[in-house]
Write a protein that binds this ligand. Structure first.
Ligand code: CA
Length: 240
């Protein structure tokens, strides 16, 4: 089952909101619409979307004030915000980005451009959070409930091991170097040593147990790979 990213549209002009919503639905997103700051806040309190499209000029609190507030709140600060506005000059753009918006799009915009920007912020902000349920062989990971199971047996993973496994499962069968994993799983924390990756891979294998642990392979001189074709069986055969 594919995860449909939720998009909260905060826009007081119903014609624009409707047009955006129709296009989003058409392209595999789940849009919800709030027409003012109060209802936007209620929506956010109820459920966190994957992206917020935020109009600048709203009745009551402005989009700019909302962006600042949501960025300051630990619960909402990780949700990407794209500001929508008719105001296209540079000082507004800077003010929007300073308030914590991830991107900025000036009206009128094409649907194509909007979709491209939504996809871009989703990729940038949380590459390891995109996608709900992933299964490789008997190993399953559900990102929405943070559950990992092997042969329907629940496994307990630490938060870093979970993120690491999620990334590896979303990019299975490919070899990832330590520095690539640091970049994709640890994000901006450039001061972490590459050896840290080895430590967490070891912990991940331990948490996965004997059978699933073998799916995380060390590729000598290159890095790590998650594979459904474990070489464990092959290793018992004679190698020439
Ligand atoms: Ca408006």
């Amino acid at each position: 089952m594919k995860h449909m990213p939720g998009v909260l549209i905060v826009e007081d002009e119903s014609a624009i909101a409707e047009l955006i919503a129709v296009n989003l639905r058409h392209n595999g997103f789940r849009p919800t619409w709030a027409m003012d700051s109060a209802s936007a806040q209620r929506e956010l309190d109820a459920v966190l979307p994957d992206v917020i499209l935020l109009d600048w000029m709203l009745p009551g609190e402005t989009g700019l004030a909302l962006a600042k507030r949501w960025r300051a709140n630990p619960r909402t600060k990780g949700v990407p915000i794209i500001m929508l506005t008719a105001r296209g000059d540079e000082s507004d753009r800077v003010a929007g980005l300073d308030a914590g918006a991830d991107d900025y799009i000036a009206k009128p915009f094409s649907t194509k451009e909007l979709l491209a920007r939504i996809r871009a912020v989703l990729r940038r902000r949380a590459p390891e959070q995109v996608g709900g349920l992933v299964s490789i062989g008997a190993l399953s990971l559900d990102a929405s409930t943070h559950r990992v199971s092997f042969n329907d047996q629940m496994l307990k993973l630490g938060p870093t091991e979970f993120k690491l496994l999620h990334y590896l499962m979303n990019h299975a069968e490919r070899v990832h170097s330590r520095s690539q994993l640091l970049d994709k799983v640890w994000g901006d924390h450039v001061f972490i040593e590459e050896r840290t990756v080895d430590v967490h891979v070891k912990r991940l294998r331990e948490a996965l147990g004997a059978d699933a642990g073998h799916m995380v392979e060390t590729v000598r001189g290159a890095g790590y790979r998650l594979t459904s074709q474990s070489t464990r069986v092959v290793a018992t055969q004679t190698t020439a």
